[in-house]
Design a protein around this ligand. Sequence first.
Ligand code: XUL
Length: 537
Amino acid sequence: MAVQHFLGLDSSTQSLSATIIEVEANSTGFSSKIIYETSINFQENFGKYGVKNGVLPDSKGIGEAFSPPQMWVEALDLIFQKMLDANISLSKLKAIGVSGQQHGSVYLNSSADSILANLTPQKNLAEQLANAYSRELSPIWMDSSTSEECAEITEVLGGPKSVCEITGSECFERFTGPQIRKFYKQDSKGYQETQHICLVSSFVPSILAGKIVGIDPGDGAGMNLMDIRSKAWSADALRATAPDLGQKLFSVTPSDAICGKVSNYFVEKYSVAADCEILPGTGDNPSSLIGLGLVVPGRIGISLGTSDTLFAAMKNPNTDPTGASHVFGSPAGDYMVLACYKNGSLARENIKDEFGASWDEFSKHLNQRPAGNNGCIILPYFDTEIVPRVPVSGVQKYNLDNAGAAEHIRAVVEAQMTSMALHSEWMGEAPQIIYVTGGASSNKEILQVMADVFNAKVARQTTTNAAGLGAALRAHHAFNKASAAPCEWTDIVKDYVPSDESQYVSPIEENVKALKGFRESYRKTEKEYLEQIKAAV
Ligand code: XUL
């Protein structure tokens, strides 16, 4: 095997990024490394569209969020031009993978197929695609204007639990099904004229391939339209959403399928290798799952950021009985879980500031208290919470009268970690290793609490653009699978996961024991409080 290059493109809300990895044969198989990364910010480059952070202002003030698909198209030309200008040779590219912001949709009319098939390098992409749309703007994941449509779909499908059972998530305003239903209700002519509905993650590869490329089970699961078990469109969900919808959606396509070679447009204009393969795109979260190396069940990723986010690979299509987490297809096969905890850094910072502590002192305080905090508990709802669903903010304290900084700080961190562990029990899989990212992942004392609560090893993951890297790694995997040399997922990601075991934070047995008991007290306290607020509403 000579040196091979794979490109990952990440079309996110604010920017389009490119990540190129180089794979080189060696005595033990191959080594893989990132050789180039670049990014194009939409607001900085495309002022003419009037977007702020990639999104148009909500002119009606009703929670709508749109972006112009033509801006994404222009960015695609620009990023290839940028690579050309930087003398990045694209002639070694074997395959291109795409990651896209989840849920956003693009509506194409009956001329789209022929426009895509006849792209000419004499004109730019935006000029050629200008007449391909049946809807000028794309609703994106920040849109919260479809509560009515969510309620309508949910009713037809037999209630929230049933929607979650079928599609992996309850109906959410930002999910594509409710967005499509709103379009159908508000502009039935535009809906009728729509030949293809793409997601951002399938629109970009469709341009690259010069033909419509299917939606993968990773992003398909973010639509409230896909049967999470069969990974095919659910006839009931399609019917509940809009008429003839099945005809406007290409079949769900396996994430590692090869959809065809790159369009001649990119070969002639940007010297991309003519045999470069295009695979289906996936959502940025499923793509990040791969970029973080979470390719086999038992590997969990936790990002400690503004919100804390838990990503996990899961073998079976179990669904969250409370409907608060999402289940998507994993591009590595099987499934993934995405759960967002709003009270992340916000809660840690609040308690730190309440006691005027520095981050160093925060760590010292954490260490001063025993695991389980002698029964001191905080329910850390500094803000409303997504998992579990807490619709009103309000921090609850138990056994903390007259307590000081150490008790409070330990209580918040134990609550955060315990809540994540508790609310992922339904997955039915014990984590073996947790890869942790985000600002607070540099705090070893927080990682020790995490290791003790989950009874798993914790390793710091330093990947910065996990979604873009995930797209490039998917390209490598799909290319190998299609050639004579299929490769294990664990090998594909091996050079991007923390490998120095001496740096792992390991669980301490006596802490694990104490925190098992603490988990039960926390479960009971949380349950009672959730019942209390439910009764009050
Ligand atoms: C996930 C979601 C966001 C977007 C961001 O459900 O809405 O994370 O994917 O791009």
